[in-house]
Design a protein around this ligand. Structure first.
Ligand code: NAD
Ligand code: UD1
Length: 339
């Protein structure tokens, strides 16, 4: 009988890909999602990819009663916690929503886990906790800071997890700091589906390639980088998903564990590198203008990946060609479906 993993936010971008690889690794997945930023049809797509429909409960991680009922009704062995809000700009407009979803959501979930005796927890943190990098590549011991409410919520939950780990024996916790997740499952059946105008580079570029948006605005070409545009560590979402399985396994093998690791590739690409790679992958032109810098942006950011390799035996393997090809397949299939 395979183990059941509770995946919060499992119909979202990263959670859906993690669900696929968990199922393929032999786990049973139970998704809890309130569908505030994803669609129920993702379950069909996952079933089409893996041949197995994940169990699904529509609910909110802030709903303690629902969580208690869930833990009572199922033998859950670990929780992967993706549910949360993630738009940096929106977080400055609606900070209370962000603290409520991301911090209160996490405390409620952890309290329910504690009561149920489930103590294995994998948390979606972010490279945003490094603030403006003092040196590159970013190692996990780099000082942390935040410049916006979203980033603060990640810092708070990271600290809360450390406190919880120290408070009593038996917790097995992984804090995974994602760099810039992009791409999609190679089937084109699941991917990133932002509502409204995308905030992030890759979905925006993809929508320019399909003709849904006229031009990309490149936010600044006067940074201290090789071509002046911002440099980031883009990681294929399938690599990222596999990093979660590695972290889960590591936690499950330990009596207790407190892991904090970067999930990135260790390589930085500029905005214009990504535009070129996307043009090649899609065969479509991506028109762009140079625009002013976006407030709060940093020049460059990429991960030191050694700790992830040493502790998890995991490395990213997919390059930007695959990231762009898979993102394009997903975007083109979506555009075709929308007519
Ligand atoms: P996403 O919005 O696609 O997925 C999040 C899912 O959580 C959605 O399906 C949404 O409906 C659900 N959700 C939100 N609040 C909920 C709540 N209170 N209760 C139940 N479900 C809720 O986002 P994603 O890109 O898949 O991100 C997943 C996690 O990874 C988030 O915690 C995010 O902060 C973190 N992260 C994402 C990125 C990125 O670039 N995508 C980078 C670093 C960290
Ligand atoms: C952003 C968030 C970060 C979050 C991450 C993943 C900000 C300031 N940071 O990171 O906290 O963890 O998303 O969700 O929002 N770009 C353009 N034109 C665009 C969009 C982006 O030129 O239309 C550039 C940006 O200036 C940057 C690069 O593309 O240089 C990547 O941007 P983006 O995809 O938004 O990610 P981050 O800014 O790294």
């Amino acid at each position: 009988m395979s183990e059941t993993i509770l995946v919060t936010g499992g119909t979202g971008f990263i959670g859906s890909h993690a669900t696929v690889v968990l199922q393929q690794a032999g786990y049973r997945v139970l998704i809890l999602d309130n569908l505030c930023n994803s669609a129920i049809s993702v379950l069909d797509a996952i079933a089409e990819i893996t041949g197995q429909r994940p169990d699904f409960v529509q609910g909110d991680v802030r709903d303690r009663q629902a969580l208690d009922a869930l833990f009572r009704s199922r033998a859950i062995s670990a929780v992967l916690h993706f549910a949360g809000l993630k738009a940096v700009g929106e977080s400055t407009q609606k900070p209370l929503d962000y603290y409520d979803n991301n911090v209160h959501g996490s405390t409620t979930l952890l309290a329910a886990m504690r009561q149920a005796g489930v103590r294995t927890f994998v948390f979606s943190s972010s490279a945003t906790v490094y603030g403006d990098p003092q040196k590159l590549p970013l190692t996990e011991d780099h000082p942390r800071s935040a410049t916006n409410p979203y980033g603060h919520t990640k810092l708070v939950v990271e600290d809360m997890l450390e406190n919880l780990y120290r408070s009593e024996p038996g917790w097995r916790i992984a804090r995974l700091r994602y760099f810039n997740p992009v791409g999609a499952h190679p089937s084109g059946l699941i991917g990133e589906a932002p509502q409204g105008v995308p905030n992030n580079l890759m979905p925006y570029v993809a929508q320019v390639a399909t003709g849904r948006r006229p031009r990309l605005q490149v936010y600044g070409n006067d940074y201290d980088t090789p071509d002046g545009t911002g440099v980031r560590d883009y990681i294929h979402v399938m690599d990222l998903a596999l990093g979660h399985v590695a972290a889960l396994r590591r936690c499950q093998q330990a009596g207790q564990e407190m892991l904090t690791v970067n999930l990135g590739t260790g390589v930085g690409y500029s905005v214009l590198d990504m535009v070129k790679a996307f043009e090649q992958a899609s065969g479509k032109a991506v028109a762009y203008d140079i625009a002013p810098r976006r407030p709060g942006d940093i020049a460059a950011c990429w991960a030191d990946t050694e700790l992830a390799f040493q502790t998890l035996g995991w490395r990213a393997t997919k390059d930007i060609r695959e990231m762009c090809e898979d993102a394009w397949r997903w975007e083109a299939m979506q555009a075709a479906r929308a007519g």
